[in-house]
Design a binder for this molecule. Structure first.
Ligand code: PGA
Length: 249
């Protein structure tokens, strides 16, 4: 059994005033069974403050990291710095990073490797474009991106998470059918096992793209869906916690 992970990605949203949402999450968590892991990835400016109020249930993560430890890379943040600020996870290869910052799979692999080196769990994102799905290329695209993006696992690595995020489902309200999600997740599991052997059976595979309180239970019931990576619906404690409750019920 893979433990479910409900992960929120705040993207470029959140000011110190948003910490009241974190307070509400921590408060609501205290009354709920510890049936799944829960993580928030705020902007880097908020990681320290969030980590200091997160308690022992809510985990905090970064949204990307550089592949080097330190150096002359203005504006970048290393995996070691994320750890220093209180993070335990980091998202790498999100399609918005791939598009906005031209982060290609070879670089994503090195970022994931940097995360493991620093002791973070990388959440490696993969997903197809709508046109690729229409052309029947989804499986080929996902497998290719995974093979190029997955890092070598050092002994003592703290694990790895893969998020399946169809690009056309992100922030659009559109989602694939449950059968389509199931097919891609089964493929991802197979590639993980090919790559990491038995360890690949233990790695959570998240679904991301317009996951909401209204569709979470159905998506989370699909085989090999071990959680969600949630953008818009993670910004409000109520929505995010409704999704968490769907995961533990
Ligand atoms: P969304 O974003 O939930 O707003 O669609 C998901 C993501 O990009 O991780």
């Amino acid at each position: 059994m893979v433990r479910t992970l409900i992960a929120g990605n705040w993207k470029m949203n959140g000011l110190n005033s948003s910490l009241k949402e974190v307070e509400a999450i921590v408060d609501r968590l205290s009354g709920l069974a510890d049936g799944a892991d829960i993580l928030l990835c705020p902007p880097a400016t908020m990681i320290g403050a969030m980590a200091s109020m997160a308690g022992d249930r809510l985990k905090v993560g970064g949204q990307c990291c550089h592949n080097k430890t330190s150096g002359a890379h203005t504006g970048d943040i290393s995996a070691e710095m994320l750890v220093d600020a209180g993070a335990t996870y980091v998202i790498v290869g999100h399609s918005e990073r791939r598009d906005d910052h031209a982060e290609r799979s070879a670089y994503v692999k090195s970022q994931a490797g940097a995360a493991l080196r620093a002791g973070l769990v990388p959440i490696v994102c993969v997903g197809e474009e709508y046109a690729q799905r229409k052309r029947g290329e989804t499986a080929e695209v996902i497998e290719r991106i995974m093979r190029k993006s997955l890092p070598e696992m050092p002994s003592g690595g703290h694990g790895l998470v893969v998020a399946y995020e169809p690009k056309w489902a992100i922030g659009t309200g559109e989602i694939p059918t449950m059968a389509e999600i199931g097919e891609v997740h089964a493929l991802i599991r197979k590639v993980l096992v090919d790559n990491y052997g038995m360890e690949g059976l233990k790695m959570p595979i998240l679904y991301g793209g317009s996951m909401k309180p209204g569709n979470a239970a159905e998506i989370l019931a699909v085989a090999d869906v071990n959680g969600g990576l949630i953008g818009g619906a993670s910004l409000k404690a109520d929505d995010f916690m409704s999704i968490y409750e769907a995961a533990i019920n």
